[in-house]
Design a protein around this ligand. Structure first.
Ligand code: 8OZ
Length: 364
């Protein structure tokens, strides 16, 4: 049996295989109140045979929302909605962690409380787009967070992490990738702050350190992970020294004894090509916990990466949209359903909970 299909531990979490369901935004939470409901419980429990499920990105506060119909974890209604999901996943024998999200400047005033500008490290708009419920709009120009507001943002992560415990999750993943708030602070484009949260790499990782400190006061560190996208420019971020910046960020994660780091290898949802001088092995060896690798893996790449020790687990995104029983299909090297792009984002059950299982396929 390829090692991909054997048990391991991700920090404190025992998992039966190394196939991870990557966080996937699907824009199906209730509008305005942003809670998940029974449809989401069906979707996630269908995929419970994953070694570990990482939930879709979930905003920690109304200010942290950047797209229409994305779920939150900052109200009792949302906690109750997520409890339906975690109960269903556990009843199906699965494990699920919640991805804690703050979009920073990847938002639009129409999605913000009182139509206010989004917040960010620096008052420079991303050259990016978001989905406001009617269509794609350019992201709004943010206002720069004041130095004395950062503790409030950190507290928002702490409360959201506590809410995730109440909602029955097995752990949390801090979203520090894909050009959202924490990634905006990590990179010297756009972070041009002149206070202790900008300039040197030590300053640019400070908010991450403070967030991880807060989250690991609520959760055992072995149930906390963090996601990075060191070489992706998705959502208009870039860094002049990515190996140093993300090496330092990973040192910070390691200093808390986190259960795992989760790296998008290459361009988010795109090329796996590495820039000159970049090395995942060099980044990974600075971390003592589990390494989850993501981005464009197919069955053979995944088997080889785990067999060779390049990665401990592999996160699959698009394949999990269309294959609830992905683990079984990979184990058998069975054909995979093709995801329908038109129903990736928004809508209801169609293209969400109606993909077939292998068993169904054999049904007459
Ligand atoms: C949370 C996302 C990410 O991390 O890239 C996202 C958001 C909207 C569409 C696709 C992906």
């Amino acid at each position: 049996t390829p090692k991909l299909f054997t048990p391991t531990t991700v920090g404190d979490i025992q998992v039966p295989n190394r196939v991870v369901m990557a966080p996937l935004t699907r824009n199906r939470a209730r509008n305005e109140t942003n809670e998940p409901f029974d449809l989401h419980a069906t979707y996630y429990s269908q995929r419970a045979s994953a070694g570990l499920i990482i939930s879709e990105a979930t905003q920690i506060t109304p200010e942290g929302k950047g797209y229409a119909w994305t779920p939150g974890i900052h109200s009792q209604k949302q906690i109750d909605g997520w409890r339906q999901v975690t109960d269903a996943v556990h009843a199906a024998g699965g494990r699920i962690v919640l991805q804690l999200w703050h979009v920073g400047r990847i938002s639009h005033t129409s999605l913000q409380p009182n139509g206010q500008p989004p917040v960010a490290p620096t008052a420079v708009a991303a050259q990016s787009y978001t989905f406001d419920g009617n269509g794609f709009v350019e992201t709004s120009t943010p206002r720069a967070l004041e130095t004395d507001e950062i503790p409030r943002v950190v507290e928002d992560y702490r409360v959201a992490a506590r809410n995730a415990r109440e909602a029955g999750f097995d752990g949390v993943e801090v979203h520090a990738a894909n050009g959202y708030l924490l990634d905006q602070f990590l990179r010297d484009h756009p972070n041009q702050r002149t206070d202790q949260y900008g300039g040197t790499i030590q300053n640019r990782v400070r908010i991450l350190r403070e967030v991880l400190e807060a989250v690991t006061e609520v959760w055992p560190a072995g149930r906390v992970g963090v996601r990075f996208s060191p070489f992706s420019n998705f959502n208009d971020v870039a860094d002049s020294t990515p190996m140093e910046t993300f090496g330092t960020a990973i040192d910070v994660a390691n200093s808390f004894g986190l259960g795992y780091i989760h790296l998008i290898e290459g361009e988010t949802g795109g090329s796996r090509d590495l820039p000159e001088g970049a090395s995942y092995a060099a980044l990974r060896q600075r971390f003592d916990g589990a390494y989850i690798a993501n981005n464009g893996y197919d069955r053979q790449l995944a088997i080889d990466a785990v067999e060779s020790g390049k990665a401990d687990l592999i996160a699959f995104g698009r394949p999990y949209i269309a294959n609830p029983d992905l683990v079984e299909r990979l184990r058998r090297d069975a054909p995979l359903n093709t995801p329908d792009r038109d129903t990736f984002y928004g809508g209801g059950a169609e293209g969400y909970t109606d993909y077939r299982f292998l068993a169904d396929s054999h049904a007459a």
